[in-house]
Design a protein around this ligand. Structure first.
Ligand code: GDP
Length: 193
């Protein structure tokens, strides 16, 4: 797929407002500030397709993008779940997310962004548990890998893989940096699968 030919389709307040459940889509998730918007921009070679923000928890709409044609989509999920939003909002969101993971025919998997300096947060564990429940494959990007020296980044990759050993059939992990643009090929390969 030509990821550089990705365009914005729409923003939706809930997953119920998303386009028809046809074709194939992959959802991008991550705690606020994990580097999700930057990763989407890096993958699609666009400067500001997904809005990056320095304010944690700002993005609260689901943003949908078409890759190549309308049959392949990237779904940019809001970073909350553990951000400072009211409990009620959080609960509603979790309910929607659960329905989406279980009911969306076109959903093929989840790309989960984790800042390499603090991976496997409570948010991440929760996403992994929900994905597991829904039998949904997860591909983890350890983002901002440029923040660590090469050896340290590699060690962290191995450490996270070991920690997720029990999900080895469903969970894959790679290093990624939007700053150095490293990890794009590996991500594209996994998405194509
Ligand atoms: P989001 O909230 O998950 O969408 O995260 P953003 O993409 O907005 O990134 C959050 C912050 O991390 C911003 O200040 C980015 O500049 C920074 N950031 C994102 N990706 C990288 C990266 O690969 N390397 C470094 N050093 N910083 C990054």
């Amino acid at each position: 797929l030509a990821y550089q030919h990705t365009r914005f389709i729409m923003s939706a307040p809930t997953l119920a407002h998303c386009p028809a459940d046809t074709g194939a889509e992959v959802a991008f998730a991550g705690r606020s500030n994990a580097g999700k918007s930057s990763a989407i921009n890096t993958l699609t070679r666009q400067k500001a397709l997904a809005r990056t923000s320095k304010t944690p928890g700002r993005t609260q709409l689901i943003n949908l993008f078409a890759v190549g044609d309308d049959d392949h989509r990237i779904v940019d999920l809001p970073g909350y779940g553990f951000a400072k939003v009211p409990e009620e909002v959080k609960r509603k969101w979790q309910h929607h997310l659960s329905e989406y993971l279980h009911g969306r025919q076109s959903l093929r998997g989840i790309v989960l962004m984790m800042d390499i300096r603090h991976p496997l947060t409570e948010f991440d564990q929760q996403m992994l548990a929900w994905a597991d429940e829904a039998d949904m494959p997860v591909h983890i990007l350890l983002t901002k890998s440029d923040k660590l020296k090469r050896g340290a980044a590699k060690n962290e990759l191995l450490r996270v893989r070991r920690a997720l050993h029990e999900w080895e059939d469903m969970v894959t992990v790679q290093l990624f940096s939007s700053h150095t643009k490293s990890g794009i090929d590996e991500l594209e390969k996994r998405l194509n699968q």
